[in-house]
Ligand binder design. Structure first.
Ligand SMILES: Cc1cc2nc3c(=O)[nH]c(=O)nc-3n(C[C@H](O)[C@H](O)[C@H](O)COP(=O)(O)OP(=O)(O)OC[C@H]3O[C@@H](n4cnc5c(N)ncnc54)[C@H](O)[C@@H]3O)c2cc1C
Length: 568
């Protein structure tokens, strides 16, 4: 039952509303608040305060009651979860929070709390180049982007300096350099592999230290955020009390809060966006309060939709009005279509018998990375686009941990070292096709009365061919490096675990074939901006969140300019 009287309308009116407080929503909030807009962030999950709400951040393995294993009785409402651990149970989504209809196998990883998946991500941050933005125009598959690298370049620099990126200046045209602090050192087997790649492939393939959103050398701007150097503990997904990695909670949200312009409303499940037929624009957002189940309306001049790809699609599809009976801005019927993601199906690993005199010490928060080398400068294979490869090499040990007391301590302090090993995983560009889509179920609803989302996404023949090529190339590169026990395979995993959903509200030049313009505005409702992964016209091979953040900062600054000119 709607309750529109809980407060006066004036008190529920802001300059801007941001839906979602994750990686992209945090940036929208920061930029809008910095520019003086009274901004309301509507977040469906609970509040999470930096440091205070990371209950396991500093715990040793021995301090967990079940050594990390989650007891059967706590698994009951988590049947859909893949990685249940005591260390990260506080982020897990109960199954009944948002039931979904998976028309085809798909694994959807969600993080519903203030900060969203910015608390859970692996923090890999590689820029796109024009080879990515021009991909669709070059091979004619899907539609052309309305922007190019030069349009987003200054915004990459802008978000990188604030977030803090560790990496090298590699000077590669296919992976433009970022604003970086010093890179994390590669392990000796990775360095060895880098040399072998150079020897065997010359300038056509490279192995670099993967750029990541960690503070290897905090600058003044990071200290101002209250963050400090990454300690290399590699317990990031519990939440980091040092603010060593970028999350909304450690960075953008507290920054926005300090401006005095931010109102954060957790437990606010957005139902739909309100469109006023007479004014010809959106006037606000309807939420269901997660605790009271009341429907409440909030109003604003501009609305940023940052609920993560599938949810942003769902919200727009559920935002129907006389003018938009099929969802907000959906005149061409393409909303929810051309959904895409990344292809992580290929995996490989091997052993290296050399380097026995070397060991490793300490931890690092990243790995090594082979930027895309297929079909970059010319089309050279029977599939479109290409893949990047993640590489991680280390040395295992076979310490006997069965004894107790002095012997146990001795075995752990001076482990018996095994061989060096190397593992690799593909990160392929999926080409968006119309059949891969999400839609709302006509009858099924969740506990908030919101229609359930139907996810209908599958691999294409292009993906299959790409995996085959990755497997062949991995074997070849590993053999040429002298690695042994090579195992390279197609895991045949269903899509989704690749965690990079994109599309459904794509950007484009033509309103007949796209939903958003070059500034992430809905073509047909200019005061609504969609700047999370839903806006992506194609997917590139690079981990996408840096691009979502840069697009968000760019669009937010544009929105403020347009507001000031009274254009929206
Ligand atoms: C394990 C893992 C590793 C990853 N590693 C990387 C990586 O290395 N590099 C990379 O680039 N990306 C990585 N990603 C992906 C990255 O986390 C996402 O791309 C990024 O967080 C997306 O930002 P977002 O703002 O769109 O969504 P999110 O960060 O998911 O935030 C969306 C927010 O919206 C809220 N919300 C959803 N629906 C509603 C609603 N109806 N009403 C109100 N609020 C709502 C959610 O609760 C959430 O807080 C990884 C993801 C996972 C899970």
């Amino acid at each position: 039952m709607a309750n529109f009287n809980i407060d006066s309308e004036e008190k529920r009116t802001y300059d801007a509303i941001v839906i979602g407080s994750g990686a992209s929503g945090g940036w929208a909030a920061k930029e809008l608040c910095d520019k003086g807009l009274k901004t309301l962030v509507l977040e469906r999950g609970r509040d999470v305060k930096h440091i205070k709400d990371y209950p396991t951040a500093s715990k040793g393995d021995w301090e967990f009651e079940f050594r990390g294993t989650v007891p059967v009785e706590e698994r009951v409402n988590h049947k859909n979860a893949r990685w249940l651990r005591e260390q990260t149970m506080h982020w897990q989504l109960p199954d009944d929070e948002q039931p979904v209809v998976f028309e085809k196998p798909f694994f959807w990883f969600r993080g519903y709390h203030v900060g969203g998946k910015s608390l859970l991500w692996a923090r890999q941050t590689q820029r796109w180049s024009d080879y990515d933005f021009e991909g669709p125009a070059r091979d004619g598959f899907a539609i052309d982007w309305p922007i190019r690298y030069k349009d987003i370049e200054p915004w990459y620099s802008y978000v990188e300096k604030f977030a803090g990126i560790a990496g090298d200046k590699d000077g590669l045209p296919e992976l433009p350099d970022s604003e970086v602090m010093k890179a994390y050192e590669m392990s000796c087997v990775e360095t060895y592999f880098k040399e072998k790649i150079r020897e065997n492939y010359g300038n056509t393939r490279h192995l670099i230290s993967a750029r990541c959103a960690h503070l290897s050398d905090p600058q003044e701007i990071h200290l101002q955020q209250g963050r400090n150097k990454c300690q290399g503990q590699r317990m990031c997904n519990r939440g980091c009390i040092f603010g060593g990695y970028f999350s909304s909670n450690s960075s953008t949200i507290p920054w926005a809060m300090k401006t005095g312009n931010l109102t954060m409303r957790p437990n606010a499940v957005v139902h739909s966006i309100i469109y006023d037929d007479e004014k010809g624009k959106a006037t606000g957002v309807r939420i269901i309060d997660a605790e009271s189940k009341e429907m409440i309306e909030f109003y604003a001049k501009i609305i940023f939709v940052n609920a993560s790809t599938f949810n942003s699609n769902a919200i727009l599809l559920n935002s129907t009005s006389d003018r938009f009976p099929n969802g907000l801005g959906n005149d061409n019927g393409l909303l929810g279509k051309y959904m895409s993601w990344h292809n992580y199906r290929g995996k490989a690993n091997a052993r290296y018998e050399g380097l026995k005199d070397k060991t490793t010490d300490g931890g690092r928060p990243t790995n090594a990375y082979v930027p895309r080398f297929r079909n970059v400068f010319k089309q050279e294979t029977d599939f479109l686009r290409g893949y990047a490869i993640g590489i991680s090499g280390g040395r295992g040990h076979n310490s006997d941990t069965t004894p107790i007391g002095d012997q146990l301590r001795e075995n752990i302090l001076n482990p018996e070292l095994g061989d060096w090993h190397i593992s690799s995983w593909m990160m392929g560009e999926c080409v968006p096709v119309e059949e891969n889509h999400v839609r709302l179920h006509p009858e099924l609803k969740d506990k908030y009365g919101i229609p359930q989302l139907v996810i209908s996404c599958d691999w294409t023949e292009n993906d299959d061919k790409m995996v085959k090529d990755y497997v062949e190339q991995s074997i070849e590169m590993f053999e040429k490096a002298g690695f042994t026990d090579i195992d390279a395979r197609d895991t045949k995993a269903p899509p989704g675990s690749d965690i990079h959903e994109m599309g459904g509200v794509r950007m484009g030049k033509d309103p007949k074939t796209s939903l958003l313009n070059e500034w992430n505005q809905l073509h047909h409702c200019k005061n609504v901006f969609v700047t999370d992964g839903a806006c992506m016209t194609s997917t590139g091979t690079q981990n996408p969140t840096l691009t979502f953040m840069a697009l968000t900062a760019r669009a937010a600054n544009y929105a403020v300019e347009e507001l000031n000119k009274q254009n929206i």
